[in-house]
Design a protein around this ligand. Structure first.
Ligand code: GCV
Length: 670
């Protein structure tokens, strides 16, 4: 554990004295808003003091570094008496989080309990930036990279503040599709600049690395992890990094996935690759986050492949390796069951990877609050995969979110999307928080506490289900347009390409029914990878929740859903409901105009209008297409389609220009 004062010692004498000075100074004198400090506190405690002062927190607040039983390093205790409020924490970062907590309460018109203790559930709460060195952001909808090729200091510091305010304490600075150039001296020096700027906010930097770096950067004959020279190359690189960045967090690796190099290129395993990097980082306390997002065709069902590749490696990873797993077994769909890998590797630390950026949820055009999706996932892995117990016993407790941040002045492409960044941080701290509580907190801090704004909280909490309904209800998945993943293309079926890159592979519609049979009885047996309680539940079509029906079953068009409706009617009902929910969101927003800043109101209003048109598009495209298989009329409750299937099939959106002329059709007939 490094000391918080200099970040590179183990509580040396020098640092102990410094810490003592800060404690005395803060505990005897530091009423946040009105006390003159006689000597400098640490940069982190100074930030806490600044926040409290700027937040005009009423009364006297004392910050005190203190080790208390039951407090984790980043945890804090708040003790409130009529005279003063004390924030106590073993670390400066904990004091900062405590200050943020007080401000969060104040923004909601609340005061702290007389005694409250907060500990983070995950020690490492990380953002993953999919930022490329040329400034583009993979799946980014909020402008360019905030790191590459250059940065704007005020924007970066505000980004840091927002992270720290929700407890995010680590950032991976670059895309998992990593350029080997990331490890050049020039780029590492730039990473050092970011590490220095982010450090006061309690944020460490991490890098995504390309497994072929030794060969590509320095001409080694191989990047085989069992090769001595390769091992030495990584050791030397680690030494160089830690000389520049003493508190460097570690590496994130996407290996043997979607064309990225990895140990399997040399006949080695993921464990061989991860352990080689882990050995290089270990002397400095660094970790390796090794992604399990792999889908080599080891099985005809893509949903099974990561489990097949990783589960047998349980117990083979060194203790500074953690396996990073996307929440679902496919790829950040609007709704997926949890990945069966969770809980299936009891001897290996695991971390969840959530996607904050809305790759599959309407980019920055659709308003979709993601906390309900994450709440559902977290509840499921707690219930079925014993996540809480596993976390408690784990050597490394971490969680990551793929960032939705860019150079846009509002960071996230639109103001409402900031709520997802906020929600990720809050859930990383405490995964038991409800979506509703998080939404309430965010609304209060963003727009104030007018009682009318409770309608916005409701809108947010319902928005994810609306998106699922108009895009992919009942367990449908991956029927997006290829490439940019915006808009429907359930008919996509490119001859000669990988089967599992085609939409028809996922929905398997035919005249009998629709859905992917993943049962043991008749299908791919993906259900067998799950803990029995979940596997049995979804194996049986009569007990499988409707929300996962077509994920696990090829259900007949006449199958009676749990609502009592036959499948075709239910599908129609969901798409129609999704459209109505999108319209309702727009109406709710319109009614909130007096309570909202004008520019934000108009910007989100326009996006909601687009969202309604897109919901019509999804409904028409999917129902007309699936109707060619069900051969049944649209029930009366479904609005007649605005567009024909042929017209909708003709829409071709560019990968980077999805607002191109072919989209005009969606407006033209309204
Ligand atoms: C960073 C999906 C996305 C890719 C992403 C990949 C991953 O395939 O579409 O953009 O690449 O997941 O998570 O590695």
């Amino acid at each position: 554990m490094t000391c918080n004062n200099c970040n590179n010692c183990n509580n040396c004498n020098k640092c102990n004295i410094l810490l003592l000075a800060v404690i005395l100074l803060l505990s005897t004198a530091a009423a946040a808003a009105n006390v003159q400090l006689q000597s400098k506190p640490s940069p982190t405690t100074q930030l806490a003091l600044d926040w409290l002062e700027q937040g005009k927190l009423s009364g006297t607040v004392i910050l005190q570094r203190k080790t208390l039983k039951g407090l984790k390093p980043d945890g804090f205790r708040i003790e409130r008496t009529p005279q003063q409020t004390a924030i106590l924490s073993p670390t400066d970062a904990g004091l900062l989080y405590g200050a943020a907590h007080l401000l969060r309460l104040q923004a909601q018109g609340l005061t702290a309990d007389t005694l409250l203790t907060e500990n983070p559930e995950h020690d490492l709460r990380l953002l993953n930036h999919w930022d490329n060195l040329d400034g583009t952001v993979e799946r980014g909808y909020a402008g360019k990279s905030i790191f590459w090729p250059t940065y704007d200091k005020p924007h970066l510091l505000e980004y840091a503040r927002r992270n720290a305010a929700v407890g995010i304490n680590g950032v991976v600075l670059n895309n998992v599709n990593a350029s080997p150039r990331m490890l050049t001296t020039e780029i590492l020096n730039q990473a050092k600049t970011y590490a220095d700027l982010l450090r006061p906010y309690g944020i460490r930097v991490y890098l995504a690395v390309n497994f072929s770096s030794p060969a590509v950067l320095d001409g080694l004959k191989t990047s085989d992890p069992l090769d001595k020279q390769v091992q030495q190359w990584w050791q030397k690189k680690a030494r160089q990094i830690y000389q520049l960045i003493p508190d460097f967090g570690g590496f994130l690796v996407k290996a043997n996935s979607e064309g990225q190099p990895g140990p399997m290129d040399f006949g080695r395993t993921h464990a061989d690759g991860a352990n080689m990097l882990a050995r290089a980082l270990r002397p400095y306390g660094g970790i390796v986050m090794w992604r399990a997002f792999v889908y080599s065709p080891s099985d005809p069902d893509r949903a099974k492949q990561a489990y097949i590749e990783f589960q047998p490696l349980d117990g083979q990873f060194l203790d500074n390796v953690i396996i990073q797993i996307k929440n679902g077994p496919i790829d950040f769909q609007p709704r997926e069951p949890f990945s069966p890998l969770f809980g299936a590797m009891p001897k290996t630390p695991q971390m969840a990877e959530l996607q904050i950026t809305q790759e599959y949820l309407g980019h920055a055009n659709h308003i979709c609050f993601l906390a309900p999706m994450w709440e559902e996932f977290l509840a499921d892995i707690k219930h079925y995969a014993h996540y809480t117990q596993q976390l408690a016993a784990s050597r490394l407790r971490a969680i990551a979110g793929v960032a939705n941040v860019g150079t846009d002045p509002n960071f996230c492409g639109n103001l409402m999307a900031q709520s997802n960044w906020y929600a990720f941080g809050r859930l990383a701290w405490n995964s038991s928080l409800s979506s509703e509580k998080i939404a309430r907190e965010w609304v209060a801090q963003t727009f104030g506490t007018s009682p009318r704004l409770s309608a916005l909280v409701t809108l947010m909490c319902q928005s994810r289900e609306a998106v699922v309904n108009y895009m992919m209800p009942l367990g449908l998945h991956h029927i997006f347009a290829e490439g940019h993943h915006y808009g429907p293309q359930p008919w996509q079926n490119n001859p000669g390409q990988r089967a599992d890159w085609q939409c028809v592979y996922y929905h398997r519609a035919d005249t009998q029914g629709v859905g992917f049979d993943r049962t043991q009885a008749t299908g791919s047996a993906a259900t067998a990878q799950y803990p029995a309680a979940f596997g049995n539940l979804v194996e049986n079509i009569n007990t499988c929740p409707d929300k996962y029906l077509l994920w696990f079953h090829h259900a007949s068009w006449t199958h009676r859903c749990q609502t009592g409706r036959p499948l075709w009617d239910e599908l129609c009902y969901r798409y129609q409901t999704g459209l109505q929910q999108a319209r309702h969101m727009l109406q709710t927003w319109n009614a909130l105009q007096p309570s909202l800043p004008a520019a934000d109101f108009l910007d989100i209003q326009q996006r909601l209008q687009t969202q309604v048109r897109d919901a019509e598009w999804w409904k028409d495209a999917c129902l007309l297409y699936f109707q060619t298989f069900s051969r049944q009329p649209l029930p009366d409750f479904v609005e007649p389609p605005i567009h024909t299937l042929d017209e909708l099939k003709a829409i071709r959106l560019g990968i980077s220009n999805y607002e191109n002329p072919s989209r005009q059709l969606l407006n033209s007939k309204r």
